[in-house]
Design a protein around this ligand. Structure first.
Ligand code: PLP
Length: 431
């Protein structure tokens, strides 16, 4: 019998991250200044951790993970298992082999810890006195609060108001880690005051929360601004997921034909797939890649590939990416972590060159959460609402294999657990 739980020994935790930039088939379009206003690149270089900014433009393929940070990764439970979903295969009567990577085992509930710990490690090295950020679904704010608590740094979080207001339990967790949590838009910032003047009940958006966090960093000396997705250095930190997965497939002597991830800004999808995509680009492997999204925010599936800001107020440089427009309105969904206007520039380029396939699911989330119910009843673990999109796509592919008789090996990344999102499942599944 093939193994169902593939665990790497701790000593085999990767020693470097993979940076795909030098291996891209075309140069990555650089960030650009808009035609008017102050220099955004200068502003960003003042508020972002220096080492992260260096990594953002690095042309080194392998960037060593500092030893102390590897220890923090191990403390957080890395390496994480890869699982074969035997009972799910049996239920679906599919000839496909289904695997899932367990980022749901993270202490805070998502893969975001992988970059939070890295950014905070460098922040401490550089004498930063506090960190500030935005959060949408709340997973990133929790991950940064957790990392900051380990480093004994203050952490300020601007949290999209309509999510902040209903995710009471996640808010409590964030505060237990020591995070200072503010619903966004907020009177604390000029951006927030302007928006609230027009609409005191504004529900907020990730773009607005980013603008508020950036303003806070600008006005508080010693504070650094941390981003949880989209940027190159964030995706690079996340490649630890895919690098472990490559080793794990080698252990079972099987290679994936298709990798699937849910897609918001692209950090878990990129972290999972980029080490594999690099090998495809270098002619070392054959594999396909599928990004699964909500129609509420189909950035990489249906957006335009052009330069756009990454935040509501236009404080960031322009990035060349698939975008829905930086101030677009997106309908609410429970998989709120997937609700963002722009897609990572690296993954946007790869998509534009035809290396990534995409799929979208309806805003009502019914089919998507049904997939999670099936997964829960066969595998026993509860994925995050965002991860449900990857699971839905994997099940759809497995059903397709049943029709064609193909014995494909498919793997998806389960980016987080759903224990603090039970309310979403309850609502959509009428429980
Ligand atoms: C934030 C988040 C996502 C979406 O963000 P990406 O940068 O696209 O990965 C997906 N799943 C979980 C659990 C998250 O917390």
């Amino acid at each position: 019998m093939k193994e169902v739980k593939i665990q790497l020994p701790v000593k085999d935790l990767p020693k470097s991250w993979y940076n795909i930039i030098p291996d891209l088939p075309q140069p990555l379009p650089p960030p650009k200044e808009p035609e008017t206003g102050p220099s955004r690149l200068e502003f960003l270089s003042k508020v972002i951790v220096k080492e992260c900014l260096k990594q953002e433009f690095s042309d080194q393929s392998w960037v060593p993970i500092p030893e102390e940070l590897r220890e923090l990764y191990i403390q957080a439970g890395r390496p994480r298992p890869l699982r074969r979903a035997k009972r799910l295969e049996k239920l679906l009567k599919t000839p496909a082999h289904l695997y899932w990577k367990r980022e749901d085992l993270s202490p805070t509930g998502s893969h975001k810890v992988n970059t939070a710990l890295a950014q905070l490690y460098y922040a401490v090295q550089e004498g930063v006195e506090g960190v500030v950020t935005e959060t949408g679904a709340g997973q990133w704010g929790t991950a940064l609060s957790y990392g900051a608590s380990l480093m004994e740094l203050p952490c300020v979080v601007f949290w999209v108001r309509n999510v902040h207001d209903w995710k009471v339990d996640r808010r409590t967790l964030m505060k237990m880690y020591g995070g200072e949590v503010h619903p966004s838009p907020n009177q604390l910032t000029e951006v927030g005051r302007t928006i609230l003047k027009e609409n005191p009940d504004h529900p907020g958006s990730l773009g607005i929360a980013i603008s508020e966090g950036l303003e806070y960093a600008e006005k508080h000396d010693g504070y650094a601004y941390s981003l949880g997705s989209v940027l190159n250095h964030v995706l690079m930190h996340q490649t630890i997921i895919g690098l472990e997965t490559i080793e794990q497939f080698n252990i079972v002597d099987e290679q994936p034909d298709l990798l699937i991830g849910c897609f918001g800004g692209g950090s878990n999808f990129g972290g999972f797939t980029l080490p594999f995509i690099g090998e495809v680009l270098n002619g070392k492997r054959e594999c396909e890649f599928l990004a699964s999204q909500s129609l509420a925010a189909p950035n990489i599936s249906q957006g335009e590939y052009r330069y756009d800001f990454a935040d509501h107020a236009g404080k960031t440089p322009l990035l060349k990416m698939y975008t829905l427009g930086h101030d677009s309105n997106m309908p609410p969904i429970f998989g709120d972590g997937l609700r963002y206007s722009g897609a990572s520039p690296i993954l946007s380029l790869l998509r534009n060159l035809g290396h990534i396939k995409t799929r979208t699911y309806p805003v009502d989330e019914k089919d998507v959460f049904e997939a999670t119910r099936t997964f829960l009843q066969t595998e026993g673990f509860l994925p995050a609402p965002e991860s449900s999109y990857a699971i839905r796509a994997m099940i759809d592919e497995a059903i397709e294999c049943k029709k064609t008789g193909e014995e494909k090996t498919i793997a998806c990344n389960v980016s987080g657990h759903g224990f603090l999102d039970i309310f979403g499942y309850k609502s959509v599944l009428n429980l």
